[in-house]
Write a protein that binds this ligand. Structure first.
Ligand SMILES: NC(=O)c1ccc[n+]([C@@H]2O[C@H](COP(=O)([O-])OP(=O)(O)OC[C@H]3O[C@@H](n4cnc5c(N)ncnc54)[C@H](O)[C@@H]3O)[C@@H](O)[C@H]2O)c1
Length: 249
């Protein structure tokens, strides 16, 4: 199936590594030009170079999604390099896990700001031009943790909030040719997860709760992003696609 993505342009936030980097790589392999954007500027440039070395089109841009001026400059760099932005993947995210009584306000604000304020700034930076062209795709990476995980009151709140944001924006933009959807990954094996001191426990626990007898990989999320970004997904908006190996809750 031709996804019809060739020559379109995507921003993927938080794409220096992990799910974002694989999403950037897969979208580039479909012929898209990619703005690889991350607070880790060196990582973003390296991930973009890896795409270019494989014959794809990409630029790497340092951007803290919490800062409106960073986001506007990053989107501007994408437009200068590739002429327009068709697809935005709000993927940047992080965890700062603690039980609520041990969680300080800084960790609460950080997780909510990267997830929610980041999506707010990024969407506002790309929507006017999408609106003018009457075509756009926004894909927000939430998490199965939106149902609530102990030690993750900040992360679960942020990811549940991102679903509300997705639904509200999808209704605002549905008549402008712009779809807005979310993807909720379950356990996905990334370098970050593999580096956790309790990696074996995290993995075993996830595999015990998955319906399928294996864990997810970044390409499982990247494929879902590619489909939702494609012309074939034109009738899908406001939804949350669970890519969790059959685990809900
Ligand atoms: N890996 C999983 O099992 C899993 C499960 C559910 C949801 N998710 C979500 O998927 C997304 C990607 O996760 P991952 O596992 O690849 O994590 P990761 O830590 O490997 O990648 C996240 C990237 O976001 C970047 N980032 C952090 N703060 C930022 C900021 N302020 N501005 C810009 N970039 C910033 C980091 O530098 C990093 O490169 C996240 O939103 C995460 O919450 C992951």
């Amino acid at each position: 199936m031709d996804l019809g993505l060739k020559d379109r342009v995507a921003i993927v936030t938080g794409s220096a590594r992990g799910i974002g980097a694989e999403t950037a790589r897969m979208l580039a392999s479909e012929g898209m030009a990619i703005v690889v954007s991350d607070i880790d500027g060196d990582g973003a440039v390296a991930a973009a170079k890896a795409i270019a070395d494989n014959g794809g089109k990409a630029i790497g841009v340092r951007c803290d999604v919490r800062r409106e001026e960073d986001v506007r400059a990053m989107a501007g760099a994408g437009r200068d390099a590739f002429g327009r932005i068709d697809v935005l993947v709000n993927n940047a995210g992080l965890v700062k896990d603690r039980s609520l009584l041990k969680m300080d306000e800084t960790d609460w604000d950080l997780v909510l700001d990267v997830t929610l304020k980041g999506a707010f700034h990024c969407c506002r930076a790309v929507l006017p031009a999408m609106h003018e062209r009457k075509w756009g795709r926004i894909i927000n990476i939430t998490s199965r943790a939106l149902f609530g995980n102990p030690g993750q009151a900040n992360y679960s709140s942020a990811k549940a909030g991102l679903v509300g944001f997705t639904r509200a924006l999808s209704l605002e933009q549905a008549r402008n040719g712009i779809t807005v959807n979310a993807i909720a990954p379950g356990f996905i094996e990334t370098e970050y997860i593999q580096s956790l001191p309790n990696y074996a426990h995290v993995r075993d626990n996830a595999l015990a709760k998955n319906a399928v007898p294996f864990g997810g990989e970044p390409r499982d999320i990247a494929s879902a992003v590619a489909f939702l970004a494609s012309a074939h997904a034109r009738y899908i908006t406001g939804t949350t696609l669970f890519v969790t190996g059959g685990r809900y809750g």
